[in-house]
Unconditional design. Structure first.
Length: 240
């Protein structure tokens, strides 16, 4: 085991947008960073960027939708750093069925809600350590359909609302034990992310989509975690 005397942030579902911004934001505060994503192809670039910023980091391959894979990756991160203080859950793909919510049936609702299970599994892998120490926290990133009615999103809206409720309720349960849980609810296109890059290739199709700076969103995540005065921040760039 290689351990660190300082705090450690685990970023699950890291990508070039918000995930890496969160990694950098916590890294600038002296946190070592463990990155987990399904595809290791970009890990080298992520680690180099963090190293250039003076951040101690390591990357692990794991799929949030596969419990064994997720558990193995978290255990590997813990073995590498000796501890985990903050877990950030940011997988972009719920795998939830979309389509008008009036067409949602029981089977598709069940499928949609399965998309929330990895977030709960992720938290369950960290909560015992956090509560034992009486410090640290869990951060989640979710979509605006959890608070703003968006009928065309169907099952995705259902899953987003469930994730938001889980994070807020988890905070109420963990707060007396010194552990924080919070969620950043995002409405807008996150710059530098894969979706943003894909949309840039077709600018005419997405002319009215408002983009968000992931570094500013990461600052919001940091403020939520350190201030601990509320369990949610809503960033709505879609408001007219």
């Amino acid at each position: 085991m290689t351990s660190t005397s300082g705090p450690v942030t685990l970023v699950l579902g890291v990508g070039p947008g918000l995930g890496m911004s969160v990694a950098h934001r916590f890294g600038t505060e002296g946190y070592a960073v463990a990155l987990i994503s399904r595809n290791a192809d970009r890990h080298g670039g992520y680690l180099q960027a963090l190293a250039d910023a003076g951040v101690d980091a390591a990357a692990f391959t794991g799929d949030a939708m596969e419990p064994h894979s997720l558990r193995h990756a978290v255990e590997a991160a813990r073995a590498r750093f000796g501890r985990i203080d903050v877990g950030y859950y940011g997988p972009a793909d719920f795998g939830s069925p979309t389509g008008d919510i009036t067409t949602l049936d029981g089977a598709s609702a069940e499928e949609a809600l399965r998309g929330v299970v990895p977030a709960v599994e992720f938290a369950s892998l960290l909560i015992p350590e956090l509560t034992e120490r009486g410090s640290g926290g869990l951060m989640f990133a979710g979509g605006l359909s959890s608070v703003v009615p968006m009928p065309p999103l169907g099952g995705l809206a259902l899953a987003s609302a469930a994730l938001r409720n889980y994070a807020i309720t988890l905070n109420a349960a963990l707060q007396p034990m010194g552990v924080y849980a919070g969620t950043i609810t995002i409405g807008g296109l996150i710059e530098r992310g894969d979706i943003h890059r894909a949309m840039q290739a077709n600018p005419g199709l997405f002319a009215n989509v408002t983009s968000l700076n992931p570094d500013e969103l990461a600052e919001t995540v940091w403020h939520l975690y350190t201030a601990r005065t509320k369990a949610e921040a809503v960033i709505n760039a879609l408001a007219s």
